[in-house]
Design a protein around this ligand. Structure first.
Ligand code: AMP
Length: 664
């Protein structure tokens, strides 16, 4: 990269600009801002023509589409609706007979450091064989398969195999609890579950199959006819005769050839649950055609993927990032990618840097929380500082999942990217399918902490509460004005909630992202200011406050009432703070600590360890208006340790504020 145009030493100043180097710009697919603007102009002039061109160039269609965007049943938009394709064929089959077939598709590094590689040809054979095993167990086109797997080649194989036969997968992150798994099995109506006996994380063997057993025992899962169990470790796990089958048994005798089933462009490729502002997680339903277009296109644009690249996205397949930028996008682009089973701090906090050196990683994509925790580790232990490893293979860095603070950005830029590598700060959501607002490495001048500009064709804007455009410099609500191909199609089983959550009437039919944002006055760059709903972002993962509250109050022997808010946290971006009213006197000292721990473990059991509140404060009551509404803004101030300066005149019980501020 060139030196910043207005380099200022202090990392607190955010007006530094880092344009791409001439070499990066020249070699890039979107080379310079003029090229970016030309694409934007093309989309602007003929919106449907633009998307149709990209869809023809990027996707292999078994039946070409003649329609582009169907808005007749808005907001249930359809894209390329008379076209047919198969997502797995778009990732695997299309490379057969090309030089890519013998290229390494996945470099898998296990928690313990063992490395396994598969070529595209081998991956196709494995996916086909597993697809045949699914069929042999009765899974058909249109069925839903719940996947609860560790980060492994087999996890990707399971997703691709579902896609191959037209089954819709729903992946659940391996850190979610039995209850969360059960709720998702029931909601999605899964007929099969794919899991592993155990997963290895940070040197520990953690059960997965036992959690599935517990989930199925919770009831309502009668539709599940088969559970396929990958033997990740040699340790045995309980198996239910007739229902459960190991991968070894299921794959035995199955052919390594399985034709990819063409599906309609609108066929649901997957349903992925995410937290919303009510208690129940939302099953975000994605399409096949529009999704595959954007997965492929964004890999090529945002990461400017080249044949020689070794790409590494550290996200788990249980999140949207692991869907688009592990299971589908890189494979559709014929890239070599690293899949990592473990955690960044095992056996020490140098693991990521060691792996970049070991595998010659060129494009590295991770979350700000990981970066912040590794900065902390490097600051306190020289031995895990990135300077100990040769990171010169890197050419592009990426950030995803939460805002990256300028301090972390600068460290990433300097210590990982050697002041050479552009950082693409990619803003997008589960509902978006792929990147929305992000720099392009060979075009966009970077500003630390800003996700810069929308990708060409993405009509992101900032509006007020009536949907009117806000001027640059003024904060507002982030929306997307026009439908785009990889957008959410529905909330599984709840079209009314889909309409209400994402297309509220007062916003002129725009897609509501759920975030606040502001554009810079000089460049019009977007900066995300955080969620505007009751959703927290903890370590880049979305957690609904209501979901955690329902978990807390479901401990009926102890909890009378609970309210959950977020507070800023140096490491995880936001931390979960719970205010709890017990069915007994307010505890103090050791008793309070013990009860707080009991509640944390309860939440971990109900949702998963990621939802454990960091702070739990007990009180006799919660601050409520006379009509009984909890005043969360006051709780947010208390959680932050701020003095309450806001109007409390509508409060029924003002004295409670003092009590809550005191307790911990
Ligand atoms: P998820 O759907 O779980 O991926 O979470 C999406 C949410 O994460 C968004 O609504 C934002 O609040 C946040 N987010 C994702 N990427 C970024 C980013 N690059 N900058 C700021 N916030 C982000």
């Amino acid at each position: 990269m060139n030196a910043p145009t207005n380099a200022i030493e202090s990392v607190l100043v955010e007006n530094r600009v880092f344009p791409p180097s001439d070499a990066t710009q020249k070699a890039a697919r979107v080379s310079g801002m003029a090229a970016y603007e030309a694409l934007c102009a093309e989309a602007d002039k003929d919106y449907e023509g633009y998307w149709a061109r990209l869809a023809r160039e990027n996707v292999v269609w078994t039946k070409p589409f003649t329609q582009v965007l169907d808005q007749s049943n808005a907001p249930f938009f359809k894209w390329f609706a008379d076209g047919e394709l198969n997502a797995s064929a778009n990732c695997l089959d299309k490379h057969i007979g090309t030089p890519v077939e013998n290229k390494t598709a996945i470099i898998f590094e296990a928690d313990g450091g063992e490395v396994t590689k598969v070529t595209y040809k081998e991956l196709l054979a494995r996916v086909s064989q597993f697809a045949n095993a699914l069929k042999a167990r009765g899974v058909q086109k249109g069925d839903r398969v719940l996947i609860y797997m560790p980060m492994t080649i087999e996890g990707v194989v399971a997703m691709q195999a579902c896609a191959r036969i037209g089954a819709t997968h729903s992946v659940v992150f391996g850190g979610f609890s039995a209850k969360a798994v059960q709720e998702r099995i029931v909601d999605v109506g899964a007929s099969a579950v794919v899991t592993a006996n155990y997963q290895m994380r940070g040197g520990k063997e953690l059960p997965l199959k036992a959690i599935v057993d517990d989930a199925l025992a919770l009831g309502g899962c009668d539709a599940v006819k088969t559970v396929l169990v990958y033997e990740r470790t040699p340790t045995a796990c309980a198996m239910v005769a007739g229902r459960d089958i190991t991968f070894t048994e299921a794959l035995a005798g199955q052919s390594t050839e399985c034709p990819a089933v063409p599906v309609n462009a609108e066929h649901p490729l997957f349903i992925l649950y995410t937290s919303g502002s009510t208690g129940k997680p939302k099953g975000v339903q994605h399409s096949t055609g529009g999704y595959m277009l954007w997965a492929r296109q964004t890999v090529n644009w945002t990461f400017d993927m080249k044949d020689s690249d070794v790409f590494w996205c550290t996200a788990d397949i249980g999140w949207i990032t692991g869907h688009t930028y592990v299971a589908y996008g890189p494979l559709s682009a014929g890239a070599t990618q690293i899949v990592f089973e473990g955690v960044p701090t095992f056996p020490n906090a140098g693991r990521f840097w060691q792996m970049i050196e070991r595998h010659g990683c060129t494009v590295f994509y991770t979350a700000p929380t990981a970066i912040r925790s590794l900065i902390k580790a490097a600051d306190s232990d020289e031995k895990v500082h990135p300077k100990n490893w040769n990171l010169s293979s890197l050419r592009i860095l990426g950030s995803v999942g939460e805002p990256i603070n300028p301090e972390a950005w600068m460290w990433y830029y300097k210590h990982i990217g050697g002041e050479r590598c552009p950082i693409v700060d990619t803003f997008w959501q589960t509902e978006n399918g792929g990147h929305m607002i992000t720099p392009l490495p060979g075009a966009t001048p970077l500003v630390p902490g800003s996700c810069t500009l929308p990708l060409p064709g993405i009509t992101a804007a900032i509006v007020d509460e009536s949907g009117n455009d806000m001027p640059h410099g003024a904060g507002g609500i982030l929306v997307v004005k026009k439908p785009w191909p990889s957008m959410i199609r529905n909330i599984w089983g709840d079209p009314e909630r889909f309409k209400k959550s994402y297309f509220p009437e007062e916003l002129k039919g725009y897609y509501l992202a759920g975030d606040g944002a502001v554009r810079s006055e000089d460049r019009g760059y977007f900066r995300i200011t955080g969620r505007i709903d009751d959703v927290l972002n903890v370590s880049g993962h979305r957690m609904g406050t209501m979901e955690i509250e329902s978990a807390l109050v479901s401990k009926t022997d102890l909890v009378a009432e609970a309210a959950v808010v977020g507070r800023p946290d140096d490491l995880t971006g936001e931390a979960i703070c719970a205010f709890v009213v017990l069915k007994r006197p307010v505890p103090t000292g050791e008793e309070a600590k013990a009860l707080a721990n009991e509640l944390r473990n309860w939440v971990a059991k109900e949702i998963g360890p990621i939802a454990k509140p960091k702070d739990i404060r007990f009180g006799e009551n919660l601050p409520k208006t006379r009509s009984g509404k909890i005043m969360r803004r006051l709780l947010r101030s208390i959680a932050k340790g701020e003095a309450i300066t806001q109007d409390t005149s509508t409060l029924e019980n003002p004295a409670i504020l003092e009590q809550l501020a005191k307790t911990n």
